[in-house]
Write a protein that binds this ligand. Structure first.
Ligand code: MF3
Ligand code: CO
Ligand code: CO
Length: 251
């Protein structure tokens, strides 16, 4: 069941969404060859606490860290560890912040140094895929319209969209209805309504769409070991379109 948010609820979500977005701005300066994903975890954890937040991933269904760090062929839910970033890597940092019980969820894929042209292209397609999905959002459009717009754009670029993981409603609960899949057909699925709050977060693979869950129970990788990139925003449906909630406080 989809929980519509009141304007007061949306106002209450802003701090969590803003701090999540600001965390990504903060972390960008540290994304350099030589840093470990554990260091990224510590920086995100401390920044979140310093800004009055709680990192939602920590202990969420047993997740052991405060942020997801997904490197190269890792699709999502990578667990920070001793791994050192190296020149040419792609890394997605996925931040979810809780403030006053409300969640804000956003992620970006960063370049470590200068990745190969194909990796850069994949990243740009993932970034644009998110924006193309957001552009579809308005009352009366359907979830299938969003998925269709994203899927057709990605496949036109000869990349593929992950099927097993999706965007989601969000509020006092980290993952709630609806499920926002990143593929589909126009007119199918639930119609959007003012006051819905959900994420769009397409995972785009350079090779085939198939994924595999590693034995740690969290890390999702591409089956063919091809690169994967992802961007995510939390947004709300307004009369005239989407309002992105996970924008940083500066520019
Ligand atoms: N932030 C992820 C999402 O976009 C979920 C991470 S769950 C965790 O939905 F436990 F791995 F943190
Ligand atoms: Co999410
Ligand atoms: Co996320």
């Amino acid at each position: 069941m989809v929980q519509l948010k009141s304007n007061a609820d949306i106002e209450a979500m802003r701090p969590a969404c803003r701090v999540a977005a600001d965390t990504l701005v903060m972390i960008e300066a540290y994304i350099k060859p030589g840093i470990t994903t554990d260091r990224i975890n510590t920086l995100v954890h401390e920044y979140t606490l310093d800004h009055g937040g709680i990192p939602a991933p920590l202990n969420y269904r047993g997740f052991p860290k405060s942020v997801c760090t997904s490197l190269n062929h890792v699709v999502c839910h990578g667990i920070p560890d001793k791994k050192v970033l190296k020149e040419g890597d792609l890394i997605n940092v996925d931040v979810t912040t809780i403030i006053d019980g409300w969640h804000g969820d956003t992620s970006k894929t960063f370049f470590v140094g200068t990745p190969k042209v194909r990796a850069q292209k994949l990243t740009e397609v993932a970034r644009e895929a998110l924006q193309i999905g957001i552009d579809v959002v308005k009352p009366g459009a359907t979830l299938g319209d969003i998925g269709y717009a994203i899927q057709t754009f990605v496949e036109k670029n000869r990349f593929s969209v992950v099927r097993e993981y999706c965007g989601h409603g969000i509020g006092r609960v980290f993952h709630e209805d609806p499920q926002v899949v990143h593929f589909g057909n126009p007119g199918e699925g639930m119609a959007l309504k003012e006051g819905m709050v959900f994420t769009i977060e397409p995972m785009v693979n350079a090779g085939k769409a198939a994924v595999k869950l590693l034995n740690d129970g969290w890390t999702v990788v591409t089956r063919d070991r091809s690169l994967s990139a992802q961007f995510e925003h939390t947004l709300t449906v307004r009369k005239d379109g989407a309002e992105i909630l996970t924008l940083p406080s500066q520019g």
